[in-house]
Write a protein that binds this ligand. Structure first.
Ligand SMILES: [Zn+2]
Length: 477
């Protein structure tokens, strides 16, 4: 399998350190608010990577942290604490906020069929580990104390900038005007390992340490949590591309300075989800969450399907139109699966050939859109339905689109009402997605849109009828 490694900026053959076993570390959410669907694109693509490695037969050990302390409003270490901000906004304690949004994050993951890593560790569980690593860094001369805080000294490294060619001057420009520079830092790129003093209102959660009562910096938590569960070596580190700098750059600095050797072999970064007005964020434009998609009548798996249709290293543009297209395609796909009849023999030659097209796509740096094409190719095979169903079930171990289960449900629904009987499955899928969209528009009191949808169908000879059991349709002629 070839995987693009952001550290070498090349596709490389993937070889884990230990035969048959892969260790993965994933930066988890900062639990001060709901995850937006841009964050969830990253977790979805990481999920596909993990499931594909399992599909290939590897044992996967994956660890994820939950940031419930220390993440300030800038990814450098300036600004207010995000958790404290969330707690103030909702008049709750920091730990209440952490629990609430951790649960919400896992609920979103479940809806998107994202497997939750076996090991999930909140940062507040690991304070002794943070203190140990900061002490080691001080002992080895990679850290210093200034103004009550402990800083990492980036000038002690041969190479600090791993993922890009930043120079100190570029970094200075990158510092936001509104944020004062920290005069304690010896070098602009230095970052905080442990705070005892902040010029902002203080953390609610603090712990004693050899350097005074305080709390950890954000970056140290991932280095320590990865070490605690996976040791000194890591095969793959995942995250969103915006974490490459400074977060992952700082993780490498901390871990490799502590261990004295290379830490992580492959860096897997998922690119942004953009809207037409730029990168998606919590503070800008519509706050897009899985719950909002559901309110608007979308199955969350439509969003998963939308993500799979593009490569993880390309920015993906989200719009409601794009999502509508994905919904129509997804519904059509399920309708086609629903037409396949179970039973009969699987043709092992055809199966192996089709499977190879699927694995070839994913072996080439996780080309999920080609893998989806391989899935569509299954319908064109010269083989019985049993072979096709077996392939779909097999591919869905990685894609996780619930294709077989949704198709079975659709068949059940068709048996209950013979409304869809004899209708071309593609047409049926189109009508059903239009009915869903109209229901969502009505729910939002957007009656103009609801009428437009009804008229669009009418122009095609399809009449809608609202009944107590829901919207029915009839096809004229
Ligand atoms: Zn991290």
């Amino acid at each position: 399998m070839y995987l693009y490694n952001s550290a070498s900026r090349k596709k490389e053959v993937f070889t884990p350190r230990e035969e048959g076993r892969v260790t993965i570390y994933t930066c988890g959410p900062t639990v001060y608010h709901f995850a937006h669907i841009g964050n969830l694109r990253t977790y979805t693509m990481e999920d596909v990577l993990e499931k594909y490695l399992r599909y290939l037969g590897y044992d996967v050990d994956r660890v994820m942290n939950i940031t419930d302390v220390g993440h300030l409003s800038s990814d450098g270490d300036t600004g207010e604490d995000k958790m404290l901000k969330g707690a103030k906004r909702e008049h709750k304690t920091v730990m209440e906020i952490a629990q609430y949004y951790t649960d919400a994050f896992f609920a979103d993951c479940n809806k998107l069929n994202i497997r939750i890593p076996d090991t999930v560790e909140p940062a507040t569980n690991c304070v002794p580990e943070f203190i140990t690593m900061v002490s080691e860094l001080l002992e080895k001369g990679f850290a210093y104390e200034a103004g009550g805080n402990i800083y990492f000294d980036t000038s002690k490294l041969d190479k600090y900038y791993i993922f890009n060619d930043f120079e100190e001057e570029d970094l200075a420009v990158g510092v936001r005007d509104s944020v004062e520079e920290d005069g304690n830092k010896r070098n602009k790129a230095d970052f905080v390992l442990w705070f005892t003093k902040s010029k902002f209102e203080d953390q609610e959660l603090k712990w004693p340490s050899p350097w005074g009562i305080g709390y950890p910096g954000w970056h140290i938590e991932c280095s320590c949590i990865a070490r605690k569960h996976l040791g000194e070596y890591l095969d793959i580190h995942c995250g969103g591309i915006d974490n490459a700098f400074p977060h992952h750059t700082n993780e490498i600095a901390q871990s490799e300075s502590t261990f004295g050797h290379e830490w992580c072999r492959y860096w897997f970064h998922v690119h942004h989800l953009n809207t037409n007005s730029g990168k998606m964020s919590k503070s800008k434009g519509e706050f897009l969450t899985v719950s909002l998609l559901e309110e608007k009548g979308y199955d969350p798996l439509v969003y998963r399907f939308f993500c799979l249709q593009s490569h993880y290293r390309k920015n993906l543009v989200f719009s409601w139109d794009n999502l509508d297209n994905a919904r129509t395609a997804y519904n059509k796909l399920i309708a086609r699966v629903a037409q396949l009849k179970a039973g009969g023999d699987v043709d092992s030659n055809v199966f192996a050939e089709a499977k190879k097209r699927f694995t070839d796509a994913l072996d080439n740096d996780m080309n999920t859109s080609l893998a989806v094409t391989a899935l569509y190719d299954v319908f064109k095979l010269t083989a019985g339905d049993a072979t096709k169903l077996a392939l779909i079930e097999d591919f869905d171990k990685v894609l996780s689109l619930d294709l077989i289960a949704k198709a079975a449900k659709l068949n059940e629904k068709d048996e209950q009402s013979d409304e869809g009987a004899g209708v071309d499955p593609e047409l049926l899928a189109y009508i059903n997605s239009m009915i869903d969209a109209r229901r969502a528009a009505k729910k939002e009191k957007n009656f103009a849109e609801a009428d437009r949808i009804r008229d669009e169908l009418l122009a095609k000879g399809i009449t809608l009828l609202d009944t107590r059991e829901g919207t029915k349709f009839s096809i004229n002629g």
